[in-house]
Design a protein around this ligand. Sequence first.
Ligand code: HPA
Length: 275
Amino acid sequence: MKPNSAVIVPVDKLAQAEEYILSKVQNVPDTAVVLGSGLGYFANQLTPNVTLNNRDIPHFPQPTVVGHEGKVIFGSIKNANLIAIQGRSHYYEGKTFSEITFYVQLLSHLGVKNLVLTNAAGGMNPVLKPGDLVLLKDYINFTQLEVLPAEQIPQQIFSERLATIAKSVATELKINLSEGVYCWTIGPSYETHAEVQIIRDLGADVVGMSTVPELIVGAYLGLNILGISLVTNLAAGIGATPLTHAEVQAVADEIKKPYSKFMSALIHKIIISET
Ligand code: HPA
């Protein structure tokens, strides 16, 4: 398949970023997690070995959204090593898909195998309530933007093996983990009543403004992908009052401890199942 040159970062740029990272880190772990809203707490629970600022990594795009600090943390959970990416870029910030997916391409270049993508999302399915976790089984690209040509996007995006691990950890910890379809919107505005109706009719369970470019490029590069949404709110048209970013943050903050506990156990299990 012909790579898409507008999205794919030139290998010499990735090599320069890699060179910097390998000057700071001896071993690159197999598993990386992208920390969406609500997982800043998780980052603080890790044992950090080396923390790099995105701005020091050659060619790494800089985030512009408050609350999305740009760091790459090489750390461990109970002696199992992982990489945590803090501060992703979004399309609504005016970033290109090459910039948004830079870290995914860099992780793949570094030899990472498993990519856990997390995000905050609005609940579309009426059974969902704020604080719920949803394991992503498919996605809808409501933006109509082409990240990669359809023929380059693998049929199977999400790793069944990683999904099975997620379900088993949820059962062990007695955490209710639903499965659902994620709908990607451009943002930064939340959806109107009418959009919520359409998106629900399309079959989405959760809606958000991130993750899809990354999972497309990650799957294209052959990474094993796991996606988890934290439901921070009922989608804008469903709740009684207009949705604010502060509301989304408040729910993310409330749930941070059990959510981090689940993510730690999940990622630990993924790492130890590799070896
Ligand atoms: N819509 C879109 N993105 C979101 C939402 C929402 O309701 N909640 C958190 N991110």
